[in-house]
Design a protein around this ligand. Structure first.
Ligand code: ATP
Length: 254
């Protein structure tokens, strides 16, 4: 288990004058969703929390240590990032790619062990990729590549998941499968922080929500306190109608 903490963190969005400082602890077992319109800064926020870009001010801490003090390898032993888009130009099979999730735990030139291979196979099974295991990733469809990215992160066995649109390119069945997988990861003690465009996936699967506005304003809290139609309408500049299905709110454009 690990705790990721933002302390007075202002995300550095090019050209944006200011941003509201973000201070929060992302705790084991929590499932955070970041919502906001295109260009609001969701990916930049996620990359800043991953230590891939410096914040404009403030800091990000992992188990009390500033990310800048940690080596990438130490970070990768606890934290996995699923990117929104990726270049899969390197010619590698699905299995070879999924095994990359074990690299933070291997010394340079060390071969993957049987247990590494077992973890990769389990992750491929969880994402229904076994039949594709010998295929070159470059030959896969968008949704298949997305599942490979999630299987790679799963093989990393992260305490913290930072996932940018984890359901990108996925059909309905695989969207639900991935959200269930992330839910189970949280039940087992991982912290999950993800950017989502689908309000209904966020309403159903997240227990904390962060609303990010294009001017850098943000607000966050337990999901049931954030799913206020007026706030979401202002967030997306879109009228919404709200219903209830199985006790969960469902939003459709009004
Ligand atoms: N290198 C850069 N140079 C200039 N502007 C940038 C750069 N990187 C990001 N931006 C801008 O920063 C803003 C935030 O981008 P970001 O990708 O974080 O938004 P987002 O909320 O994830 O958007 P989307 O929902 O479209 O994925 C955007 O307006 C983007 O154009």
């Amino acid at each position: 288990m690990a705790i990721l903490e933002a302390s007075n963190m202002v995300v550095d969005i090019p050209g944006r004058a200011a941003g509201q400082p973000f201070t929060a602890r992302i705790l084991p077992g929590q499932r955070w969703g970041v919502l906001g319109p295109n260009g609001a800064g969701k990916s930049t926020l996620l990359h800043t929390l991953a230590g891939l870009r410096p914040p404009r001010s403030g800091q990000v801490l992992l188990d009390g240590e500033c990310l800048t003090q940690l080596r990438r390898r130490q970070l990768a032993q606890k934290l996995a990032v699923v990117f929104q888009e990726r270049q899969d130009s390197f010619p590698a099979t699905v299995q070879e790619t999924v095994l990359i999730g074990r690299h933070p735990f291997l010394s340079p030139w060390q071969r993957e062990s049987g247990s590494d291979l077992r973890l990769a196979n389990q992750a491929m099974d969880a994402l229904s990729l076994r039949l594709l295991s010998d295929r070159l990733v470059s030959t896969l469809s968008g949704g298949e590549r997305q599942r490979v990215a999630i299987a790679t992160a799963l093989t990393q066995q992260p305490a913290i998941w930072l996932a940018d649109e984890p359901t990108n390119h996925l059909d309905l069945h695989h969207q639900v499968a991935v959200m269930e997988l992330l839910h189970r990861q949280a039940e087992q003690g991982a912290a999950v922080f993800m950017c989502l465009h689908d309000l209904n996936l966020a309403a159903r699967w997240c227990d904390h929500l962060l609303l990010l506005y294009p001017d850098g304003e943000l607000c966050f809290g337990p999901a049931d306190t954030m799913l206020v139609p007026e706030a979401l309408e202002r967030l997306y500049d879109q009228k919404l109608s709200v219903g209830q299905i199985n006790g969960a709110p469902v939003f459709v454009p009004g």
